[in-house]
Design a protein around this ligand. Structure first.
Ligand SMILES: Nc1nc2c(c(=O)[nH]1)N[C@H]1C(S)=C(S)[C@@H](COP(=O)(O)O)O[C@H]1N2
Ligand SMILES: [Mo]
Length: 399
């Protein structure tokens, strides 16, 4: 039978790397790694746990991306009102829980980086190469996500774009890895089922899994209170507390850092409703206060994982659109007084713009908005990421 060239090439690679037995020193020597925790079963269990957390993290992350940058086929509805808050809370929680899982997995398997021969055949070569984007991508995603939660940007790239591309690379590599390891994982787990652990020194496998799982659980418990109210008091690792800030409400972007000055929000302030309308509107703050007011209890759900609920009061966007004579299926861009910055505008699709709880809020919990919360007027709508709840609104542009 004629050998295929690829196979021959891989064998050639193996031969090239294969040193005489005496040259296999240090970690290349058989039996160099002594801990009983460098174990196939442990590796399989941690792999499954990571497969689950990474998949949930990927799906919720992808959803958040689609909501913020919707392609033509995607329409994010305004209901259920708290869905984004839940999905983004889960995204951040599974990301944080993945950190100890990944560290443990890498430690359990790292002796494999010295297995001999380094390449056995073409499939093995592909599997080995896919570890580079898998390990590199995973570390990059968890590190950049964690830094973003802490508002720490020790890099030059734009976080959402970098994190998003990293996610596709990692998930691609993960699929290759799962494909390569599924059979082995199944075999290892079936083989060792119910078999008691061999006695030995140091931490047992079960003890190790307990420590890793416990760490993941504890980290989750100490951060998830930033969005899950009953655990609020435990959220000591969360950089944002849902109840700390002006008017008992957190702030991400202050008026000062957005360069919003008293001139912007003085008596000359007008809210403009323009674009594809029959009657353009220019409303002063008093005009807005004279319109029918509506109240809604809605959360701000920041992409960074914190969320906080308040009772908002103001004018319905739908009411303004109707008064301006906008078409019933028109989309709206909400523009801020803020001169520059990525989040100075946001899009309301037709469904969101017509939701009775989508408001231009003038009040939070019965008080006039603090300037850091968007005075004179902020957008607040159900089921939207915090970055799309535009503050210091100047214009509704209908299209
Ligand atoms: N104009 C403007 N609006 C903005 C932002 C911004 O940078 N500029 N930041 C957004 C982000 S990231 C969040 S989470 C919410 C926070 O609202 P809060 O400060 O009232 O809690 O406002 C959003 N609205
Ligand atoms: Mo945010």
């Amino acid at each position: 039978m004629r050998r295929r060239p690829m196979v021959r090439m891989a064998r050639g690679v193996t031969r090239l790397f294969d040193p005489p037995a005496g040259a296999r020193i240090g970690p290349l020597k058989e039996g160099f790694f002594k801990s009983r925790l460098h174990d196939e079963r442990l590796s399989a269990q941690l792999g499954i746990a990571l497969g689950v957390t990474f998949t949930i993290c990927f799906v919720t992350g992808l959803l958040s991306h689609l909501i913020q940058y919707p392609p033509a086929w995607f329409t994010w509805p305004p209901r259920p009102a708290g869905l984004y808050r839940l999905s983004q809370g889960v995204h951040v929680a599974t990301g944080i829980a993945s950190i100890p899982l990944l560290l443990a997995k890498l430690w359990v398997v790292y002796p494999h980086f010295w297995t001999w021969p380094p390449v056995r055949n073409v499939l093995h070569l592909i599997e080995r190469i896919s570890l580079l984007p898998l390990v590199g991508g995973s570390i990059f995603l968890l590190f950049s996500g964690l830094a973003n939660i802490g508002l720490w940007y020790p890099w030059r790239f734009f976080f959402p774009a970098g994190h998003y591309s990293g996610a596709w690379i990692t998930i691609g590599a993960l699929i290759v890895h799962i494909g390569a390891k599924a059979t082995l994982t199944r075999r290892v787990l079936a083989r060792d089922r119910g078999r008691s652990e061999a006695p030995g020194d140091g931490l047992s496998r079960r003890g190790f899994l307990g420590v890793v799982g416990g760490t993941a659980g504890l980290l989750t418990l100490l951060t998830v209170g930033q969005t899950f109210r009953p655990l609020n008091r435990l959220a000591i690792l969360a950089p944002r507390r849902p109840d700390v800030g002006p008017q008992g409400f957190p702030v991400n972007k202050s008026a000062a850092s957005a360069k919003i000055t008293d001139d912007h929000v003085g008596p000359s302030y007008r809210l403009l409703v323009t674009g594809a309308v029959t009657t353009a509107l220019a409303l002063s703050l008093d005009d807005l206060r004279a319109l029918p007011q509506h109240e809604a209890t809605l959360p701000i759900a920041c992409v960074e994982g914190w969320s906080a609920e308040a009772s908002w009061r103001g004018v319905r966007v739908a009411e303004l659109l109707q008064r301006a004579g906008a078409a019933p299926d028109a989309d709206v861009t909400v523009e801020s007084l803020q001169a520059s910055g990525l989040y100075k505008a946001s899009a309301l699709n037709a469904l969101q713009a017509r939701d009775p709880d989508t408001l231009l809020a003038l009040e939070i919990n019965g008080e006039t908005l603090h300037i850091d919360h968007g005075y004179p007027v902020r957008l607040i709508g159900p089921n939207r990421p915090g970055v799309m709840q535009t503050k210091w609104v100047e214009k509704l542009v209908v299209s």
